[in-house]
Structures are given as structure tokens and as C-alpha cells.
Ligand binder design. Structure first.
Ligand SMILES: [Zn+2]
Ligand SMILES: [Zn+2]
Length: 445
């Protein structure tokens, strides 16, 4: 955008929309309730929308897997530079943390994940992935775009904020524990609240879905090698059959859910991998099984982990086999359950309700998918929600991780405006508790 267009754009925002943000920040509740509506008007403006669409398509065409998001990160920093937003880089390999406001407390954070998936895009459209075997099939291209959109809206009002909005662009959400790495750097230690979202192809556009307490499951992965003694399939007495042992293990693992877990405490164990033998008449030496387990509390997750190991080793021994169990924590750290802060639930309903009407702010059932936003929530009061994208008139959208997954770009302004509103209102409603830090100390956040 050229300079004159930019000035005109700012004037349009200030004059036509009359945003009720003044530097004294003593806003009435009516003023506060106007912020989300006005931010949405800004995000829906043609120039703004087109800019977001172009960013999203650029990222979509160049998907990068976890901890390899170098180009995505570069694009983010380039856009932040253009907006005059300071940032810290690299954080957790490819992550970027931007700062808007005074540089002092209170700090409120907005988070987007940047990574794509090892999926070959099957949909045909002009901006499909240019990288074979990689695709933004979980919508993280839209998440980055919406956070940049929120940043652009917020930066326009940076003088009005008494406090700092922290923009968190994290790597490796898809099983790589990118959020954990971000938290471990300590850069978010003083943040008072953090908000994150996920696009939802099965919920209608203009609606948001969430709940207080557990929203998504904690998860872990396991792989076990069951070793016996190979031999002739017709003379089993000379062998120790690991296939029989593995079969019993698969069945026994399901009994952990049906007989040991509280029926009201949702849990899942799935054996998704079972490999052993490649001849019709040979008992193999060993079998490998692997899978995932999910729970809605961290205690249940740890209990299930222990029992999975005991059942695999114990059940293998029944068939005279030996077993080793690997929980693969270095590559895929356990993800805790995503548990929404109860106080922030009311706050979220107020802000989202002001933007899209309270009737469009829906409660949802917890789901057993996992989300590493939970690593932030272990340290900081956090709130996670799903942003509807479904528009029946444009046809059904494929689900997350599908090679046919697509984004309804009409949802971009809603995500950008709602994230911006959650951060702005938080600062207006939570005054600094202490003297603001000197600006150059913001890195010590
Ligand atoms: Zn995903
Ligand atoms: Zn995702």
C-alpha cells in the first residue's frame, strides 16, 4: 500500500468508523462494546481483506513443516517491519514474538501456529501448494494471516494501550511441541492472559465455539516392539509367536478404557500401527505396534501411560515374548489437555458477543483431538476457541488434515477482528498494576 493510500486508509478508519479509542483509555462500557464491531468493520474493508487474502495464499503456496518455517517466519517479520512492530527472533527455532503498546505490563498474548503437514494437496485451485507432499491442511496459514490482521488493527491504536500486546507466532504445533519450546524460552513468563483460535470447517461462519474447562484432549504416542522367536508356521511349538502376543495386547489395551477408566472421564487408546511378518508360512521374530492415547485430564494421561506400558510388557510375557515400549517423547512430547480458564470464558463471551451477537457464541462438547496451546495454559490463564468457516451456499468444506482441506477466506476478518478485540479490551479492562517498564526492557517480558 502506498503512503497516500495508507494515510487515507487511517483517516477512513478514524473518521468514518470513529473508533472510540482515546489515549486516556477511560472508556465507558458502551465504548468498549463498540470496539469489536468497529474492528470487524476495519477487517472487512476491501483493501484490508484483499491484503489478508494475499498473505494467506502466499503462505499456502509455500507450506513448511514443524521447525522448518523459515520462509513463513520471514514473511511474518517482513509484514511486522512494514507495520513498524518490534519483535524478537528467533524464538524456538523459527518462532517470532512481536510487541505492540508500551512495552510494559500488563501483557496479553495472541497466538498463531505456523506449520504445515506432510500431506499432498489434492484440491485444484490457483494457489495450491507448490511443495510436493506438503500442505497447509490444518489452516495454520489462515491462523498466521489472522494474527497479522489483528496486529495491523492493533498497531493503529498502539498509543492508546496502557500495556503490551504480545504476538506469538509459534512453530511445530502438529506434534512437535512448538508451544512447549516457546514457553521454555521464558519469553512469556509475565503474560497475564493468552488467546488462540482454530478454524473449524464444520461450524458456520460468523459463529464461534468453545467452553470453560477441558476443551480438547491431552495426548501421547507409543510404539512397542514385541519380540518372540521366528520359525515355521506349521511347527509353532518351536517358535514363540509375537503375532499372537500383539493381538492379545491390542485387545487388552481396549480393556483399559472399558474396565479401568471412569466412564464419565473420557479416554481413548487407539492402536493405529501393527507391523509383523511378510510370509504366509513363517512366524516372524518380532512385531511392532504403535498408537496414541487421549484423556481430558493430565492425571488420567499419566495413569494411562503407566498402564499401557504395564499391559504391553505383561501381556507379551503371557505369550513368552519380551516387549519394549517407547513413548517417543523427544520427538513428540506429551501434550496436556487444553483447559480453558473459567474467568476468561465469561470475558470471551462478552467480547465475541459484542462482535457477532451472543447468540452466535456457542458452547461445544470437548473433543479428543489435541492442541499444543495447552502448554501455554499450563503457565498462563489461556482461552482457546473454534472459528466457524462453513458456508452451505458455497458447498461443504473438507475436514482438517484432509488433502482436500480448504479455507473459506471470508472467515479471515472475523478471526483477525476477534483476536484484536480480545487483546485490546483486555488492556482497557485490566489496568497496569505496576510502573511500566522502560521500553527497551520489553524483551525481558
Ligand atoms: Zn492439525
Ligand atoms: Zn491445527
Amino acid at each position: 500500500m502506498g503512503f497516500l493510500t495508507w494515510v487515507f486508509f487511517i483517516l477512513q478508519i478514524l473518521l468514518l468508523h470513529g473508533l472510540p479509542i482515546s489515549s486516556d483509555s477511560n472508556l465507558s462500557s458502551k465504548d468498549l462494546s463498540e470496539i469489536p464491531k468497529d474492528f470487524l468493520k476495519v477487517a472487512k474493508r476491501v483493501e484490508f481483506f484483499d491484503w489478508m487474502v494475499s498473505i494467506r495464499r502466499k503462505i499456502h503456496m509455500h507450506p513448511e513443516l514443524g521447525y522448518e518455517e523459515y520462509e513463513t517466519s520471514k514473511l511474518i517479520r517482513h509484514e511486522l517491519d512494514k507495520m513498524g512492530i518490534q519483535y524478537k527472533y528467533p524464538v524456538a527455532v523459527t518462532g517470532v514474538i512481536g510487541y505492540i503498546g508500551t512495552g510494559g505490563p500488563p501483557f496479553v498474548a495472541l497466538r498463531a501456529d505456523m506449520d504445515a503437514l506432510p500431506v499432498q494437496e489434492m484440491g485444484e485451485w490457483e494457489h495450491k501448494s507448490k511443495i510436493p507432499g506438503k500442505m497447509h491442511a490444518c489452516g495454520h496459514d489462515a491462523h498466521v494471516t489472522m494474527l497479522l490482521g489483528a496486529a495491523k488493527i492493533l498497531q493503529e491504536h498502539q498509543e492508546a494501550f496502557k500495556g503490551t500486546i504480545v504476538l506469538v507466532f509459534q512453530p511445530a504445533e502438529e506434534g512437535g511441541g512448538g508451544a512447549k519450546k516457546m514457553v521454555d524460552t521464558g519469553t512469556l513468563d509475565n503474560v497475564k492472559a493468552i488467546f488462540g483460535l482454530h478454524v473449524a470447517p464444520d461450524f458456520p461462519i460468523t459463529e464461534v465455539y468453545s467452553r470453560p474447562g477441558p476443551l480438547m484432549a491431552g495426548s501421547g504416542f507409543f510404539e512397542a516392539v514385541i519380540s518372540g522367536k521366528g520359525g515355521h508356521a506349521a511347527i509353532p511349538q518351536h517358535s514363540i509367536d509375537p503375532i499372537l502376543a500383539a493381538s492379545n495386547i491390542v485387545v487388552s489395551l481396549q480393556h483399559l478404557i472399558s474396565r479401568e477408566a471412569d466412564p464419565l472421564d473420557s479416554q481413548v487408546v487407539t492402536v493405529a500401527k501393527l507391523k509383523g511378518g511378510d510370509a504366509f508360512n513363517v512366524i516372524p521374530d518380532s512385531v511392532v505396534i504403535g498408537g496414541t492415547f487421549r484423556t481430558l485430564s493430565k492425571e488420567s494421561l499419566m495413569q494411562l501411560r503407566q498402564r499401557i506400558e504395564e499391559v504391553i510388557i505383561g501381556q507379551a510375557a503371557v505369550q513368552r515374548c519380551k516387549a519394549t515400549v517407547n513413548f517417543l517423547e523427544s520427538e513428540m512430547p506429551f501434550t496436556p489437555p487444553t483447559v480453558n480458564n473459567k474467568g476468561l470464558h465469561q470475558y470471551f463471551q462478552d467480547v465475541a458477543g459484542d462482535m457477532i451477537h451472543i447468540s452466535s457464541v456457542k458452547d461445544m462438547q470437548p473433543m479428543m483431538g489435541a492442541e499444543d496451546f495447552s502448554f501455554y495454559q499450563e503457565k498462563i490463564p489461556g482461552y482457546y476457541y473454534h472459528l466457524g468457516m462453513k458456508n452451505e451456499t458455497k458447498g461443504k468444506l473438507a475436514y482438517l488434515h484432509s488433502p482436500l482441506f480448504e479455507i473459506n477466506e471470508d472467515a479471515l476478518p472475523f478471526g483477525a477482528a476477534l483476536q484484536a478485540s480480545l487483546a485490546a479490551r483486555y488492556l482497557f479492562e485490566n489496568k497496569p498494576e505496576t510502573t511500566p517498564l522502560n521500553r527497551e526492557h520489553h524483551d525481558e517480558l
